[in-house]
Structure formats: C-alpha cells, structure tokens
Write a protein that binds this ligand. Structure first.
Ligand SMILES: Cc1cc2nc3c(=O)[nH]c(=O)nc-3n(C[C@H](O)[C@H](O)[C@H](O)COP(=O)(O)OP(=O)(O)OC[C@H]3O[C@@H](n4cnc5c(N)ncnc54)[C@H](O)[C@@H]3O)c2cc1C
Length: 433
C-alpha cells in the first residue's frame, strides 16, 4: 500500500519550530508594521528582522523553495506546502524565510534560464534577501488574454528597445529589477513571439506612472505599478532564456507558486475556522451559546469539511509535482486548486466573520484583510474561469465521443450487450430449470 498521510518526525519538528517562531516572533511584526513587508528595511525594522532572518538561516530553513545548489534545501513541493501553511498566517513570514512571491518564482526562472552573469547580478542578491524583484506581464488592456499584449521590444544593433505599458506589476515600487514580458516577434503567435527581459528599475525610460493599491488601501500605500516603458534600452544580454521563450519560462514560474498560494489560503481558512469556533463557544444568545445553534453547527461542519477537502487536494497536487517533476503532467490539478482557492476562502471567511456579528465586520478583527483574499485569489495569476477551462480541457482529454446516436450508458443497448455476453449461461440455466 502506498497511501501515506503522515509527516516524517524530523520534518514535523521543523514545522513545530516554524509554527512557534512565526507566532511568537513574526506575527507581532505584522501587527505593528503590516504594510511594510515589501519595503526596504529602515533602521528600526532592520534591527528586528535581520536577526530573525539569521535564525532562519541558522536552522537551514532559508529560501527552501530552492535546490541545494542555490543554497536551499531541495525540500520538494509537499514539504514546501506544509511550510507555506504556516507562513501563510503572516504577511512578514515569507520575507523572514526568503520565500515571498513574486521573488520566489523570479528566482526560480533566473536560476533555470539565466546566464552566469545574470545569476550573479540578479539572482544572488535576491537569494540573499538583499533586494526585491517584480514580474511585469499584465497590460492595462489585457491580462488573461496574452494575445492582446502589445508591449514590444525591437532589436537595435546590440540593444533592444522596449516600448509599451504594463499594469499591476507588484512591488515594482521597491524592486531593484523587473522581469518584463514583451512581444519580440509580432508575426507569429504570442506563445512563440514573446520574450522576457531583465530590466533594472532605474533604467532610463522606466516610468512608474502610479502605484495602485488594493481594496481599502490609501492611495499612497499602493504596491501594484502602472509602468510606462518609454524607449527603454537594454543590452542584448538582458534577454532571459531564448527569444520567443517567454511562455515556456512563465509556466516554470507559476506551477509551484500556485500550490503555495493555495496552501497559504489553507492557513487563512484554518484561522477563520479557529476564530469562529472560539467565538461560538464564547457568545451567548437566546438561551444558549452560539455553538448550540444548528445553523452555526452546519457552518462549522461545512467550513471544516471544505477545508479538509481543499487541503488534501493541494497536498496531493504538491505530491504529484514531486513525483512527476513535470508541471505539464500535473497542470489539471494545479488549475483545479487555483480555481477552488477563492471559493474556499470566500466561504470560510464569510461564515467566521458572520458568526462574529458586528465585531466581525469591524476594523477590530482581522477579517477584512482575510476577506479581500477571495477576490484577489480569483484574478491573481489568471482568473478562475481561465483555470476552469484548463481543467475541463485536461479532463476531456481522457474521453472520446460515443459511437453512434446513443450514449454508451444507454440502458437498452447495455442490456442487449449483457444478454449477448451471458447468452450461453442464460440458455444453460433456463435449459436446466
Ligand atoms: C493582487 C494582484 C497582484 C498581481 N500581480 C501581478 C504582477 O506582479 N505582475 C503581473 O503581470 N500581473 C499581476 N496581476 C495581474 C493579474 O495577473 C491579472 O489581473 C489577471 O491575469 C487577470 O487579468 P485582468 O485583470 O486584465 O482581467 P481580465 O483579463 O480583463 O478578466 C476580467 C474578468 O473577465 C472574465 N474572464 C476573463 N477571461 C475569461 C474567459 N476565458 N472565460 C470567461 N470569463 C473570462 C473573468 O471573470 C475575469 O475576472 C496581479 C493581480 C492582482 C489582483
């Protein structure tokens, strides 16, 4: 039997340490400096955060998404998922552990496709946690349909000149470099005609028009840039991977990242359930604690069951990635968990928030931030609909149309077939009756 749902004791010990460390050392930073995670450390924060990063290093838990050749542990996706389930409770924890998106995915693709010079210049500082990076793909007029991308790079001698606009480029504000996806050959499909470039943020012509915020953030808090690439000149060796390879590269970056997003969502849902259970055991109304009301019990059962289903599906997908070592073979399940993520967090957070009544919708509980992750998760890395289309396409690959007019399960035809198969036996039984 190959089914196994337990965690090796040595790794469980690491998880226990991470759990306590995040709760005791990192979550307090979230409470006091919540919106500052992607900003360069000021003197106060450096004194607090640097020793924590050092402790993570000393424990061998820094940047665990990377293989040993890059200073990580080569843990694989199941272990990373279990770690992300803890780190997902906190905005600062991924920074303290060197696993923050989009830097993780960006580091992965530079490690995979970068030249030695690119690795030294961009990857090493990223791995050391010295700089932030940005992945700049979405455009103002097109996100989920790359065929409408127009941001263009044209060759000019030993240089490329980039012109166009990018939208929602996360962390561009504090990033030291951008990975920009642009059209390099408009005469072929975008999937063969797009390339990626490494562009230092201070390159002349990189104009940050504004930094867009999420939900209720103040205008000056925004971290998602609208960028005008205005005659941005980069040398030929700024190309990442080969010309026309952008989509192949992008696929490498998103597979693991989606699993980690999903596991961080498990953390959010578990927190919502924990808060709900505590509240319904504490709050009395109309003669009993809320926990005695059947509507509430139904909500607890739904939240628990949905969370367990989702968690196991995410871990199973992580396991598949570890087994196959080929994101294409597990594309169906990666897309399926991506499509499920916003719904699970939407329903789980809603029930918990609602069980807290007015307090739940107030700014004295953490639900508003948790709640925003539902609409965010439904568009970030592509909208739910697009992932559902992928799931359906992959599922349908295992099926064929029925031959003839009737479905293969059409009962009259099935019965006829069964009678034919069993004709000899029926004749024998009837003959001997
Ligand atoms: C928090 C956050 C961070 C982000 N960070 C980055 C980043 O760092 N870099 C980057 O490049 N981008 C980033 N994005 C952008 C993200 O990748 C896009 O939002 C996403 O690809 C969707 O594109 P869009 O917003 O243009 O929506 P659109 O493509 O305009 O889609 C809008 C809606 O149309 C519907 N729709 C779209 N396609 C279909 C379809 N095939 N069938 C049915 N309905 C459909 C869906 O309801 C969808 O939500 C980020 C987004 C968010 C929210």
């Amino acid at each position: 039997m190959g089914w196994e749902f337990s965690t090796e004791p040595e790794f469980q010990e690491k998880l226990n340490w991470i759990d306590a460390f995040v709760r005791d050392e990192v979550e307090p930073i979230d409470l006091l400096w919540g919106g500052k995670a992607f900003h360069p450390l000021d003197d106060t924060l450096r004194k607090i955060v640097d020793p924590l990063k050092q402790e993570v290093h000393d424990r061998g838990l820094w940047a665990c998404h990377l293989g040993p050749e890059l200073g990580g542990q080569g843990f694989g996706q199941v272990k990373l998922s279990l770690m992300n389930e803890i780190l997902g409770r906190s905005g600062w924890a991924p920074i303290v552990f060197g696993t923050q998106a989009p830097d993780t995915g960006n580091a992965e693709i530079i490690a995979h496709y970068g030249t030695e010079e690119q690795k030294e210049r961009y990857l090493q500082p990223l791995l050391n946690g010295e700089v932030f990076s940005c992945y700049s793909m979405t455009e103002p007029q097109a996100g989920s349909d790359p065929q409408q991308f127009t941001c263009r790079a044209e060759r000019d001698g030993d240089e490329w000149i980039i012109n166009g606009w990018k939208f929602f480029s996360s962390n561009a504000r504090t990033a030291s470099f951008l990975i920009v996806m642009v059209v390099t050959n408009p005469d072929v499909s975008i999937y063969q005609g797009a390339s990626m470039f490494l562009v230092p943020t201070d390159t002349p012509g990189v104009i940050m028009e504004r930094h867009i915020g999420l939900g209720g953030e103040r205008p000056d808090e925004g971290m998602h840039a609208l960028i005008h690439y205005d005659n941005v000149r980069v040398p030929a060796d700024a190309l990442l991977g080969g010309e026309g390879q952008a989509f192949a590269i992008a696929q490498t970056r998103l597979g693991g990242g989606r699993v980690h997003h999903a596991m961080r969502t498990v953390a959010t849902c578990q927190r919502a359930l924990d808060l709900m259970c505590e509240r319904v055991l504490s709050r009395e109304t109309q003669g009993s604690v809320l926990a005695k009301k059947q509507f509430i019990q139904g909500d607890i059962a739904d939240s628990y069951a949905e969370l367990m289903q989702f968690r196991l599906f995410v871990l199973y997908t992580a396991w598949e990635i570890d087994q196959f070592k080929d994101y294409r073979r597990t594309r169906k399940n990666i897309a399926a968990i991506k499509a499920l993520t916003p719904k699970v967090v939407h329903d789980g957070v809603w029930r918990s928030m609602h069980a807290h009544g007015a307090l739940g919708v107030s700014n004295e509980m953490p639900f508003a931030g948790m709640w925003m992750s539902a609409p965010i998760m439904s568009v970030v890395d592509g909208p739910t609909e697009v992932h559902k289309v992928t799931v359906a396409r992959e599922v349908l690959k295992d099926y064929r149309p029925a031959e003839g007019l009737w479905p293969t399960a059409h009962l009259p035809a099935q019965r006829e077939l069964a009678e034919k198969r069993l004709a000899a036996w029926i004749e024998h039984t009837v003959g001997n009756a």
